[in-house]
Design a protein around this ligand. Structure first.
Ligand SMILES: Nc1ncnc2c1ncn2[C@@H]1O[C@H](COP(=O)(O)OP(=O)(O)OP(=O)(O)O)[C@@H](O)[C@H]1O
Length: 488
């Protein structure tokens, strides 16, 4: 869905718990309806995910609605994180003989570190960081509202969560070395200073400086009249007539991205060197079938192939470049339609690693709908470390050997590398750390669920309609007996 300015959305859940029952019910009605899944409730079993340590009363209420209002024949409520190993282990053959895995699920509302032993969560060892993709997006919106001085741009961003989501997904990335990257950006700015004073004019100076850092990028806001989506744009390259990164502006791109060569002979030479079997980054993303190799979002920067003839048929690179430029033209001089980002690109994802760096006022906390504790939490690497040390000692060394990443927020480029870099010194040197990622981490739990639902484990862990109603009758009889005894 293009992030046009009139769309809005809301979620029925927060932190994995249903907060808007009416909306949740409306969603179920639609999904189960004839026009979607056309569910025959009497003959259907349902696997529904829930957050770890969901209060019992919430689970019971959900089961009641599913049996009494919809009439499913069988229902199983299972934590989403416990489904992730089913996908990685059974479909991807990851983990080998090691019965332990540590699922790191970074979604919209939070990040969870969940130790799993033989496909079951280790009780009481789950740790949660109350920072998720939604908080990053809200914070990005706020930061941009402050950095983009023009009133018109601020109006654009206000209440347009989807646009900020898109800005985050197309421009932000995790810095592998945060301090080093910030230092470099500062040095680049300092180096640009002499040319600024030479240029004289203030406006020219500020522009020159903006382009000076390798972090600088522009986001062209969507244009409903022209029917154009918003897109990220790296100036300098595009101003030389070089098109945006492969896969279009929807793909995040790291700053190491290098422009494609327009010399076709050079391109052919490079392609031959790499060999014909290597697939393009775009094609790899499209292929999310079972034998898919470990996905690394940083490969999105594989400019040479992604923008090459693989994607463009037999077109010449120059023609392909022209096509890209036509679809995602360089921003014109109309500054009101361009957001300018600099170190925000790394500052926002950095919150996952150092929530305490986010300086929020009481007003911000209210607006973000979060408590003050969020700023005083440990970062994601410490959250993982604490989950490991909260597990039984005999499992601890085996958990980091199979860390499984899930959830859309892990798609931020360089996420895996940074997590690895931070986690390594926190655990004993002799412990092996292996992290696995896939191309669509937001679908891991769903895919694991499809494996689980068709396995022999599903039936023993689910409840049938008959069992439910027998339980209800028994509870009623027990309650009536207790009342009778009370009167007697
Ligand atoms: N390419 C991307 N780069 C950065 N963030 C992304 C990307 N794609 C998706 N996200 C973020 O991932 C989040 C959604 O992930 P996911 O679908 O796993 O969450 P969820 O399961 O709905 O949430 P929760 O786990 O809190 O219930 C959103 O915040 C979204 O902005």
């Amino acid at each position: 869905m293009p992030p046009q300015n009139d769309y809005f959305f809301s979620r029925p859940m927060d932190m994995g718990l249903v907060t808007d029952h009416a909306l949740q019910r409306a969603l179920w009605e639609r999904v189960f309806s004839k026009s979607y899944l056309n569910v025959d409730f009497k003959d259907s079993a349902l696997l529904l995910t829930e957050a770890p340590q969901t209060p019992r009363s919430v689970t019971e209420k959900t089961v009641e609605v599913l049996f009494e209002e919809y009439g499913f024949s069988r229902v199983c409520l299972w934590p989403a994180a416990a489904l992730v190993p089913h996908y990685y282990r059974k479909k991807r053959g990851i983990g080998g003989e090691n019965p332990c895995s540590l699922v790191v699920d970074c979604g919209a509302s939070s990040c969870l570190a969940v130790p799993v032993f033989e496909n079951e969560m280790v009780p009481l060892a789950t740790r949660r960081l109350d920072v998720g993709g939604d908080l990053l997006t809200t914070h990005l919106t706020n930061v941009l509202m402050n950095t983009q001085k023009e009133k018109e741009k601020q109006n654009w961003l206000r209440d347009k969560f989807l646009i900020s989501e898109h800005v985050k997904q197309s421009c932000c990335f995790v810095a592998e070395d945060f301090v080093g990257t910030m230092d470099l950006a500062k040095r680049e700015l300092d180096d640009a200073r002499p040319s600024i004073s030479a240029a004289g004019a203030l406006i020219h100076a500020s522009r020159t400086r903006r382009f000076a850092t390798h972090l600088f990028c522009e986001y062209v806001l969507p244009n409903a009249e022209a029917g154009r989506e918003g897109y990220a744009y790296i100036p300098g390259r595009n101003r030389q007539g070089i098109p945006p990164p492969p896969g279009g502006p929807l793909q995040p791109f790291p700053p190491t991205f290098s422009p494609p060569s327009v010399d076709s002979s050079d391109r052919k030479r490079k392609r031959n060197k790499r060999g014909p079997v290597r697939r393009s980054a775009r094609e790899r993303r499209r292929r999310h079938d079972d034998d898919e190799e470990d996905y690394d979002p940083d490969e999105d920067g594989d400019q040479e192939e992604g923008c090459g003839a693989d994607d463009m048929g037999e077109e010449s690179p120059a023609a392909a470049a022209a096509k890209w430029c036509e679809r995602w033209p360089p921003p014109d001089d109309d500054e009101t339609h361009v957001l300018r980002l600099n170190n925000e690109r790394i500052l926002i994802p950095e919150i996952l690693f150092r929530p305490s760096d986010m300086c929020l006022s009481d007003k911000d906390l209210k607006e973000y709908k979060i408590g003050p504790h969020v700023q005083h939490q440990w970062g994601l690497p410490e959250t993982i470390q604490r989950a490991i040390y909260a597990s039984p000692p005999e499992l601890q060394p085996h958990l980091p050997a199979c860390i499984l990443l899930a959830g859309g927020t892990t798609k931020l480029p360089h996420f895996k590398q940074r997590l690895m870099r931070d986690l390594r010194p926190m655990l004993p040197q002799e412990w092996l750390i292996e992290m696995h990622h896939c191309s669509e981490p937001e679908l891991c739990a769903w895919r694991g669920g499809s494996v689980f639902a068709t396995s022999g484990d599903f039936y023993p862990n689910s409840m049938s309609r008959r069992e439910y109603f027998e339980g209800v009758e028994e509870a009623k009889r027990a309650a009536a007996g207790a009342r009778g005894r009370g009167r007697g």
